[in-house]
Design a protein around this ligand. Structure first.
Ligand SMILES: Nc1ncnc2c1ncn2[C@@H]1O[C@H](COP(=O)(O)OP(=O)(O)OP(=O)(O)O)[C@@H](O)[C@H]1O
Length: 285
């Protein structure tokens, strides 16, 4: 005899899982009521390589997606941004890179304001960004993609190519291959390689493992660590929250455009609230 492990709810009945999801959501709302208390402890712009403080930003006039987010990055760190779908993780990284205007709050790099600067000015100042999608030019070869990454310093191409290919050997081995012919994981290597061509001190990665097989996801995490060991500080938005928290120094849990939790990767992985609200199987939505 078989047992129905997932019985359909009767008329008027709320499915058990929906009830649990609603409970998780209610608990999140309580957490968010107290969110922001830690932000008072954030130091001044001089204390950080990158400081985004109390950012308010959004796409549509009058609608804020970020409702006072704070993020700090110190030299040498890998910082993760995790949280449910629609929490504003990608929006935070786009606001930092000047792709959407900041409505309120401060943004500094090595103590100087970079609020309102366009993306290319940030690249000149040593910030690299890898978007989540459409992050390579598919009709160009790997080499041409990397040349695009070095467009502000074409003379440095050969030297940077050597360094970047040292991190991602695929880029040298297949330099004449069209980026469009590569797998998703390989494209991600091209996209990261391109961002590294300008020798950035800060690398912003938006969901670099999205859509990749587990093996490629692991490879991306390993490469991020290797890139970090060359002296590049990293901020990465990730959907594979557990694995990302394992490799990062610190993490931010965003929810509804606000900081819900902040701590070392190890502490967040052990925090019962973070596990229940953001890492569990019911916590995806
Ligand atoms: N270009 C856009 N125009 C208008 N609204 C947008 C745009 N991009 C994102 N949004 C909205 O902003 C909110 C936050 O989106 P964002 O992409 O930052 O979320 P996220 O935390 O990165 O989640 P996900 O993991 O689903 O990508 C969502 O409600 C989304 O619909």
């Amino acid at each position: 005899m078989t047992e129905n492990v997932n019985p359909r709810p009767g008329p008027g009945e709320v499915p058990a899982e929906a009830e649990e999801v609603a409970e998780v959501q209610e608990h999140r709302e309580e957490v968010l009521e107290h969110a922001g208390a830690e932000e008072a402890e954030v130091g001044g712009p001089q204390d950080y390589l990158l400081l985004a403080k109390d950012l308010v930003a959004g796409y549509v006039p009058g609608v804020n997606v970020l409702n006072g987010c704070t993020l700090t990055l110190t030299e040498g760190e890998v910082v993760a941004i995790i949280g449910p779908n629609g929490a504003g993780k990608s929006t935070l990284i786009k606001a930092v890179f000047g792709l959407i205007p900041i409505r309120e709050g401060g943004l500094t790099l090595r103590g100087s304001s970079i609020a309102g600067l366009p993306a290319h000015s940030l690249v000149e100042r040593g910030v690299g960004y890898v978007p989540q999608t459409r992050n390579v030019f598919p009709s160009l070869t790997i080499e041409e993609n990397l040349q695009m990454g070095a467009f502000l310093r074409p003379r440095a191409f050969a030297e940077r190519f050597r360094v970047v290919a040292g991190l991602f050997p695929l880029l040298a081995d297949r330099r004449k291959a069209k980026a469009g012919s590569l797998s998703g994981g390989e494209r991600q290597m091209v996209a990261m390689g391109r961002a590294l061509m300008m020798d950035p001190s800060v690398l912003l990665l938006d969901e670099p493992t999205a859509g990749l097989s587990p093996i490629y996801q692991e490879e991306v995490f390993q490469r991020v660590k290797e890139v970090n060991q060359t002296g590049v500080s990293v901020v990465m938005v990730e959907q594979n929250a557990r694995r990302c928290l394992q490799i990062c120094d610190r993490g931010y849990v965003l929810d509804q455009g606000r900081n819900a939790y902040t701590g070392s990767g190890a502490d967040l992985l052990e925090d019962p609230n973070v596990i229940e609200l953001y890492l569990g199987t019911l916590a995806k939505g």
